[in-house]
Design a protein around this ligand. Structure first.
Ligand SMILES: Nc1ncnc2c1ncn2[C@@H]1O[C@H](COP(=O)(O)OP(=O)(O)OP(=O)(O)O)[C@@H](O)[C@H]1O
Length: 342
């Protein structure tokens, strides 16, 4: 079931200088997020990710197009009714955005108090959320007394206090070190699995997508250039922009400088074979090469795991006659992706 659907959404800002062209931050974006998804949106700075988030929680108005959140078309809703929609969306931020003058408990209580919930209910819910994020002993502390990871856990507790169906996370781990990032991602995974909250995750960190998201959309210059199952996009990106991101975290694809170094150290043709769980086998490649009388030496490689499914890349230096090598590569490329360094 769809929970957030964008159709042909455009957002443009007035030109920076008089007479200049408008800035098109979101350029005809359509996106369908299903209930229960952890949907990652990735892209370099300026790609339009934050703008997209601000449109989904109606902090900004679309220039054109439709956005349906939990069954309601939000682009035409009056402000009064938008408040109810926003109540259904929690949000966490890179810089946590906590109130430094309020205790941890008061920070979490804030959205409940704004919603006019009775004091006893607020107390009970705050205790529940503190327990969920593992900070019951910090209720009376102030944000300044917490680590970055603890602050983000308070942010998550506050965002979820009113039991929203959707959580928007805008670079939620980008200010944290790798270990703390891991803890926050593990908590977000529980938010999705145990509470059934749909998460839309904006990040420029591909590693965050790899460990948490089930689906991913890659944004470039205001457009979604590729989208799909995280495993598919990581193991076989179709667009150059996605391939650039994927290469930052995927093990085993040599850079062009590394290919040059390999060529200097090894004789033979340098060829990379790509494998994916289920549709291609490494063993068969070695058997085919041996049967064709082609010599091989493993010179570079790596295997990646995404939520229990593996894919990888092995680079071999191949020796033998060109005819034998060309013949066997043609056969193997019917099953596996084969890329020869040129
Ligand atoms: N209020 C605004 N007025 C004018 N232009 C804006 C405004 N907000 C964003 N933009 C422009 O829209 C484009 C997309 O910006 P946005 O902040 O959404 O990108 P982003 O992918 O989130 O980048 P970052 O990761 O740096 O936040 C940029 O070119 C930006 O300069």
């Amino acid at each position: 079931m769809s929970i957030v659907t964008l159709t042909d959404v455009v957002k443009s800002y007035p030109p920076a200088q008089k007479g200049g062209a408008p800035v098109v931050a979101i350029d005809s974006v359509s996106l369908d997020v299903q209930k229960g998804d952890v949907y990652g949106i990735i892209g370099y700075s300026g790609a339009g990710k934050s703008t997209l988030v601000r449109l989904v929680n109606a902090l900004e108005k679309t220039t054109s197009g439709s956005i349906v959140v939990d069954g309601r078309e939000i682009t035409t809703l009056p402000e009064r009714e938008l408040r109810a929609v926003r109540g259904d969306i929690g949000m966490i931020f890179q810089q946590f955005n906590l109130f430094n003058s309020k205790t941890v408990a008061k920070n979490i209580a804030y959205p409940l108090e704004v919603a006019g919930r009775p004091a006893a209910e607020v107390r009970e819910r705050v205790a529940e959320m503190l327990d969920f994020v593992g900070l019951s002993d910090k209720a009376r502390n102030y944000p300044d007394q917490l680590s970055g990871g603890q602050k983000q856990r308070v942010g998550i507790a506050r965002a979820l206090a009113t039991s929203p169906a959707i959580l928007l996370a805008d670079e939620a781990t980008s200010a944290l070190d790798p270990e703390t990032t891991g803890e926050v991602l593990a908590l977000l995974e529980r938010v999705n699995r145990e509470l059934g909250v749909t998460i839309i995750l904006i990040t420029h960190e591909m590693d965050v997508i790899r460990s948490l998201a089930t689906k991913v959309a890659v944004m470039d210059s205001g457009r979604i250039v590729e989208r799909g199952d995280v495993f598919d996009v990581f193991s076989n990106p179709q667009e150059a922009a996605s391939a650039r991101f994927v290469q930052t975290v995927v093990q085993g694809i040599p850079t062009s400088a590394e290919v040059d170094a390999l060529r200097a150290r090894h004789t033979g043709r340098i060829v990379t074979f790509s494998f994916r769980d289920g549709d291609s086998s490494q063993a068969q490649v070695f058997l085919d090469l041996a049967a064709a009388g082609v010599g091989f030496e493993l010179v570079y490689g790596g295997i990646n795991d995404i939520r229990g499914r593996a894919f990888g890349h092995l680079t071999l230096a191949l020796t033998g006659t060109d005819a034998a090598i060309d013949g066997v590569l043609a056969r193997i490329s019917e099953r596996s992706l084969v890329t020869e360094a040129n």
